[in-house]
Design a protein around this ligand. Structure first.
Ligand code: C2E
Ligand code: CA
Ligand code: CA
Ligand code: CA
Length: 278
C-alpha cells in the first residue's frame, strides 16, 4: 500500500498538465530559474472609469526562459505551489515590483500596483511581515500596494490566512478579492476579512456584454461592493462597449486589453502615455 501510494504521489500530474504541449518544468528547473532571477513581473495598466486616466497596474509574473522565451504564469504558478516554491517567487515579484515603482517614481509617476498572492503562502505564519519588510526596505508606502487573493472556501478555515490578511490591511496595504464571482462567494468572508477591493472576474464582464440578463449579475455585485464600501475593479475589459457598460453601472476601475496588455517595466510608461493621450 505504502509503495503504491508513493508511486501515485510521484506520478500524479497537476490538473493543468494536459493543456500544455511544452514539457512541464521540473522542480530543479524551477529552482534554477529562481536562482538565476528569470521570473519578472509584467505590468498591466488599469484605468479610472471616472477620469479615464491610468491609475494603477497589476504585476503579472512571466518566466523569461533563455530557450523557450516568455512563459505565461499558468505554466509555472500551479507547479511552484505544488513544489512549495511559490513563496520565493512572490518575494521576487514583490522586490521587482518595488524596483519598478521606484523607477517610475523617479520619473515623476506614481502608480498603485497590485500583486497576486497564493492562498498557500497565507497559511505561513509571519508571511505578511516578510512581504511588508521587503516593501518597507524599498521605501514603498503601503498605500501604493494592493494584494490580490482569490476567494476560496479554504480561507475562512485557516486562522493563519485571516491573520496574515488582517496584518497586511492594518499596515495600510490594500486587499482585493480576485476573480470575484467565479468560485465560492460568501458574505461571511467578505465581512470577516478586511478587504478593500472587489475585482469582478473577466467572465462576468464578458457575459454582461453579450447577454442582458447577465447585466443584472454584474450590477448586483457592483451594488454589493458599494454597500460594503469596497472599491470595484472589472477585468477583461476588451471593447468600448464593455467600457461604456461598466461606466453606466458605476464600476470604478477597468483592466483589460482595451486599455493595455501586460508590459515589461521598460515599456510601461510609454504604454500609459499612449492611452492617456488618446
Ligand atoms: P489573474 O490574477 O486573474 O490575472 C488576469 C489575467 O487575465 C492575466 O493573465 C491577464 O494577462 C489576463 N487578461 C488581462 N486583460 C485581459 C483581457 O482583456 N482579455 C483576456 N482574455 N485576458 C486578459 P496572466 O498574466 O496569464 O495570469 C494568469 C493568472 O496567473 C493570473 O490571473 C493569476 O491568477 C496568476 N498569476 C500571475 N502572476 C502571479 C503571481 O505573481 N503570483 C501568483 N500567485 N499568481 C500569479
Ligand atoms: Ca489578479
Ligand atoms: Ca483576476
Ligand atoms: Ca483569473
Amino acid at each position: 500500500g505504502d509503495l503504491l501510494n508513493r508511486f501515485t504521489q510521484r506520478h500524479r500530474q497537476p490538473a493543468h498538465a494536459s493543456r500544455s504541449t511544452s514539457p512541464e518544468p521540473t522542480m530543479n528547473e524551477l529552482l534554477e530559474a529562481l536562482a538565476l532571477d528569470q521570473f519578472v513581473p509584467y505590468f498591466q495598466p488599469k484605468a479610472d472609469l471616472l477620469t479615464g486616466a491610468i491609475s494603477s497596474a497589476e504585476a503579472l509574473a512571466r518566466w523569461r526562459h533563455p530557450v523557450r522565451g516568455l512563459i505565461p504564469p499558468d505554466s509555472f504558478i500551479p507547479l511552484m505551489e505544488h513544489h512549495g516554491l511559490i513563496d520565493q517567487l512572490t518575494e521576487q515579484i514583490v522586490a521587482k515590483t518595488a524596483f519598478a515603482w521606484r523607477k517610475w517614481d523617479s520619473e515623476g509617476k506614481r502608480y498603485e500596483i497590485s500583486i497576486n498572492l497564493s492562498l498557500s503562502s497565507l497559511s505561513n505564519p509571519g508571511y505578511a511581515a516578510r512581504l511588508s519588510s521587503i516593501l518597507e526596505g524599498n521605501d514603498i508606502a503601503p498605500s501604493y500596494i494592493v494584494f490580490e487573493v482569490t476567494e476560496s472556501a479554504a480561507m475562512s478555515d485557516l486562522p493563519h490566512s485571516l491573520e496574515n490578511l488582517a496584518r497586511l490591511r492594518m499596515k495600510g496595504y490594500g486587499l482585493s478579492i480576485d476573480d470575484y464571482g467565479t468560485g465560492y462567494s460568501s458574505m461571511q468572508q467578505l465581512i470577516r476579512i478586511p478587504f478593500s477591493e472587489l475585482k469582478m472576474d473577466r467572465s462576468f464582464v464578458t457575459a454582461a456584454c453579450k447577454d442582458n440578463a447577465q447585466v443584472l449579475v454584474l450590477a448586483s455585485s457592483l451594488a454589493l461592493a458599494r454597500e460594503l464600501r469596497l472599491r470595484s475593479v472589472a477585468e477583461g475589459v476588451e471593447t468600448a462597449a464593455d467600457w461604456r457598460l461598466l461606466r453606466r453601472l458605476e464600476c470604478r476601475y477597468a483592466q483589460g486589453y482595451l486599455i493595455g496588455k501586460p508590459m515589461p517595466q521598460s515599456d510601461f510608461l510609454d504604454g500609459v502615455a499612449l492611452w492617456d493621450a488618446a
